[in-house]
Design a protein around this ligand. Sequence first.
Ligand code: ASP
Length: 398
Amino acid sequence: MKVGLGGRILIGMLAGVVLGAVLGERVAAIQPLGDLFITLLILAAAPLVFFNLLAGLTSLTDLRTLGRLAGKTVGFFLTTELIALSLGLGAMALLRPGVGLRLTETVPEPVSGAVGEAPSVGDVLVDMIPTNVFRAFAEGNVVQIVILALMLGIATMALGAGPRARLATLFEDLAGLFRRLVHMILWIAPVGIGALVAVTVGRYGADLIGPMARFLAGLWGAQVVIVTGYMLLLRFFSDFRPARFLRATGSLWATTAATTSSLASLSVGLETAGRLDLPRRVYSFVLPLGAQLNKDGTSVMLAAVLLFTAQAAGVTFSPADFVTILLLGMLLSHGTGGVPGGGFVVALIYVQALNLPIEVAAIVGGIYRLVDMSNTTVNIMGDMVGTALVARSEARRA
Ligand code: ASP
């Protein structure tokens, strides 16, 4: 019997659970296998995004279509993020994990030095434009790479028929080349994912007690609500049935949870969207932008960490404060860089910007990998669902 990729990944994960449970912390020795998998996926991400998007753009006939796509995508991103932040606040208000947390006992040590400043809207916008083509690639800045591809795509459309056709073939071939590379990398996915699962199980097996368990319950509860919302959206506004969607995307969720990196998962996301027969001009645009900009899972976490910290510090917020909290949260959630633990740094900035003690927020750092697994999964699921919704509404117009 031939076992497909999803099945092999599942076997890898089960082996990882057993290994982690048996070996405990010693299993950390196989971490490099997991890191190798993450590195290879990130290696493929930047050129894959670039050429996929260029190839997708050359199939667009006019700029109005592009504007419409961008409008729908950004609208979806902003709405779901606002909901995600509110759910994170709601879950913590309900479970109150921070209330009664005895700071003197739990605070490990002060977090030293500056954790960074919250950026302004202007900073975020200016930062989207690459100052240097090569730097955008060298830093793996997905938003900058998308902007660059958009500009070059538009320039390609403005060329004469001859060069335009030649470039379209070239982009198509190069996109195919990098898709093939991802297929090859996915061969080691069962080992890479298995190793990452083993390390997580070995490390966090017995760690979950008291306030942190309530924090996680609240966070995961709110994220389950979001995922349920996604499934309802898929059911009523896309061509997918939730069960079929989840079945067909299983290896993607194994990747997001194991790598805890949106950037590494992007390569697999693009491959999955292709397999689901979603239109390339939609997914090649929505997925990379989403991987950097649409962070529903992270947004729940940011709001949750903030309220958890405020509860522990005995701070209450006024309604006006909540407006600031939501706006700042939306701005900050984009800054996670799509790397493992990226959201944690941003959470500390968020907490500091609202004058709360970052030492308390830092406690979450101890279990951040568990937090990050669900954050990254929800982040990427939001992008995939957004892609399916935009694809359906575009197909309706056609
Ligand atoms: N690691 C997550 C991501 O790549 C972000 C987070 O830490 O919440 O999307």
